[in-house]
Design a binder for this molecule. Structure first.
Ligand code: HEC
Length: 172
């Protein structure tokens, strides 16, 4: 009798284990198929422009890292300067996203880049650059030993703006 009860318990436990494994497998497959289904819009840029844009992007990433390190030292002025010159609305990297880029006012490369990028994408770019300038304004107010939270909150929104474009577009 006792053996029978034990056998039944063992049977139930192994069935539960099989069910759990099946469930895990199912979730794993679902995740894989989500990853495989890339719904970002592909933007076709000629190779030199693509290289130019990706190099700009790595520059953006580097700027964010330097801003964080500078803020961590309590140097708001320094962080503001990095943001304004490398990510803000006046930065060289923002040229292709500016509304007047297509007219050629800002030079050959920004004009060509602008002509290959969807306007919505350039709009998302401008949102990021404008938010970086907003961060710079906030960071410049920071006094040594002051509260870094308002500046960090603006910086978080800069990174959100990077992500908004990354979610929507890809180059390859
Ligand atoms: C207007 C759109 C847009 C904005 C805004 C944007 N990116 Fe990108 N970024 C892209 C696209 C498109 C790619 C290529 C992604 C792909 O093909 O998978 C990219 C790629 C990158 C890469 C990879 C570079 C490489 O060498 O492969 C980095 C790093 C990056 N972005 C950082 C940033 C950071 C940091 C910000 C914000 C400060 C930012 N990006 C804002 C569109 C954008």
């Amino acid at each position: 009798m006792r053996m029978k009860v034990l056998a039944v318990i063992a049977g139930v436990l192994s069935l539960a284990a099989v069910a759990a494994t099946a469930q895990e497998h199912h979730e794993h497959m679902q995740m894989m198929s989500k990853m495989a289904k890339d719904s970002r819009i592909q933007v076709d840029l000629p190779p030199p422009m693509k290289a130019h844009m990706l190099s700009n992007m790595r520059g953006h990433q580097q700027a964010v890292a330097e801003i964080l390190a500078t803020l961590a030292k309590g140097d708001g002025e320094g962080a503001a300067k990095i943001a304004e010159t490398r990510l803000g609305t006046g930065s060289p990297g923002s040229a292709a996203c500016r509304p007047n880029a297509k007219s050629g006012d800002l030079g050959e490369m920004p004009m060509m880049m602008a002509s290959h990028m969807p306007d919505e994408m350039r709009g998302l770019g401008m949102t990021m650059h404008a938010q970086a300038s907003k961060f710079a304004e906030e960071a410049a107010k920071l006094k040594q030993g002051g509260d870094t939270r308002p500046a960090l909150a603006e910086l978080a929104q800069v990174v959100q703006a990077c992500n908004a474009c990354h979610t929507a577009y890809r180059l390859q």
